[in-house]
Design a protein around this ligand. Structure first.
Ligand code: S3P
Length: 435
């Protein structure tokens, strides 16, 4: 483990470009592998999570390589994935695991899924339940976790499934199983979650029907589906950009442009919340990249004020709460969050990890069952100090790195390695923007 102390920094200035969106990158590789023929992906995130997806797809017959900066996927076609010879190592990646479980559930394949210590604690029952109804068979570890063996069912049985938790991973797992299932597979979403699966499947030629019914989203695919090879451009990851947006907001004198940031309305909650707190974030050159809304963000230092975060916004910023908590620690007044039980089953228990981390850096935090209340210090530097335990969680590491930039004594994190799962050049970009 490589510990690192993030020291107080000068203003963040200039122009930076964050790597490709992680959610979109996973899907681009998976759908490329399901298309019969060659797809080209530009802007793919080359983080460990996405590389775990690529390795698993290769182990099942897809040919995946690079041509210059672009990634090339020679897909095998829906229904033609091969039996993997070895266990599929998912590393730290919940998205790889849950989406691939869905994809394989309707293939006649037996696969073993393994992961690191963090992933091996995360609940898989949420995908096992609907995929079992479709006919797949699972032998998980005690508690419904990895390591896990699954036997897919071909042909699988179509289902109508109402999501009991707001989860794009569960929604996507069922829809991906539906691609190779004869008949109509339906997912009902009481609360909208990120819709990259629906958008990208359409661009691969799949007819995805989405209907609003009594305030719920009803999503249908009619399988078996053919995916046509496709060229995909992956926009920059709004979740990665958020670390820099908060850093520039809290470090005095900052004036930073973050280029090419995806602003899909199911993902942009953090920017809406930061603006409500008084952040100075301007959207420049709004445009579309790869079927997703994108803009360059101009972020200047601002005096933030505490807010009550509406729990309804949570699904559109579910990964950004750790860094929002950091922003809250520098705001004037209290920021109150609730309805965030899901944060306890991410790469770490993010409510507990961030409460402990922020307190040890000098912030005032109260932890409740479903959220944190953070009493901001009105923009003064945090004292900094103690070593932060990251629990193999990239977003805890990067959030506390950001806190360190606006602290007196710096913030040490126990390990920078987790950052490589989603944002391999985070440290380089930080040095570039803060110098
Ligand atoms: C993701 C969905 C979210 C998110 C994760 C990526 C996806 O998880 O936290 O980082 O790509 O579908 P949940 O579906 O568990 O909310």
């Amino acid at each position: 483990m490589t510990a690192h102390r993030f020291m107080p920094a000068g203003p963040l200035t200039g122009r930076i470009r964050v790597p490709g969106d992680k959610s979109i990158s996973h899907r681009a590789l998976m759908f490329g592998a399901l298309a019969a023929g060659r797809s080209r992906i530009s802007g793919l995130l080359e983080g460990e999570d996405v590389l775990a997806t690529a390795a698993a797809l290769r182990a099942m017959g897809a040919v995946i390589g690079k041509d210059g900066e672009d990634w090339i996927v020679d897909g095998v076609g829906v229904g033609s994935l091969l039996q993997p010879e070895r266990a599929l190592d998912m590393g730290n990646s919940g998205t790889s695991t849950r989406l691939l479980m869905g994809l394989l559930a309707s293939h006649g394949i037996t696969a073993t899924f393994t992961g690191d210590a963090s992933l091996s604690k995360r609940p898989m029952g949420r995908v096992i339940d609907p995929l079992s109804t479709m006919g797949a068979n699972f032998t998980p570890s005690l508690g419904g976790t990895l390591p896990l063996v699954m036997e897919g069912m071909q042909p699988a049985v179509p289902v109508t499934y109402r999501l009991p938790v707001a989860s794009a991973q569960v929604k996507s797992a069922v829809l991906l199983a539906g691609l190779n299932t004869p008949g109509v597979t339906t997912v009902i979403e009481p609360v909208p979650t990120r819709d990259h699966t629906e958008r990208m499947l359409r661009s691969f030629g799949v007819e995805v029907q989405v209907e609003d019914r009594d305030g719920e989203r009803v999503i249908r695919v009619h399988g078996p589906c053919d995916l046509h090879p496709n060229d995909i451009v992956v926009p920059g990851d709004p979740s990665s950009a958020a670390f820099f947006a908060v850093a520039a907001s809290i470090v005095p004198g900052s004036d930073l442009v973050i280029e090419n940031v995806g602003l899909n309305p199911t993902r942009d909650g953090i920017y809406r919340a930061l603006r409500e707190m008084g952040a100075n974030i301007e959207y420049l050159e709004e445009r579309e990249v790869g079927g997703e809304p994108v803009a360059d963000l101009c972020v200047r230092h601002a005096r933030l004020k505490g807010i009550v975060v509406d729990p309804a916004i949570a699904p559109s910023m579910i990964d950004e709460f750790p860094v929002l908590f950091v922003a809250a620690a520098f705001a004037e007044g209290a920021t109150v969050t609730s309805g965030l039980e899901e944060l306890r089953v991410k790469e770490s228990d993010r409510l507990s990890a961030m409460a402990t981390a922020l307190k040890s850096a000098g912030a005032q935090v109260e932890e409740n069952g479903d959220g944190l209340i953070i009493e901001g210090n009105g923009g003064q530097p945090l004292s900094g100090g103690g070593t932060i335990v990251t629990h193999l969680d990239h977003r805890i590491a990067m959030s506390m790195a950001v806190a360190g930039l606006a602290s007196e004594g710096g913030v040490e994190i126990d390990s920078t390695e987790p950052i490589g799962t989603s944002f391999p050049n985070f440290m380089d970009l930080l040095t570039e923007a803060a110098s």
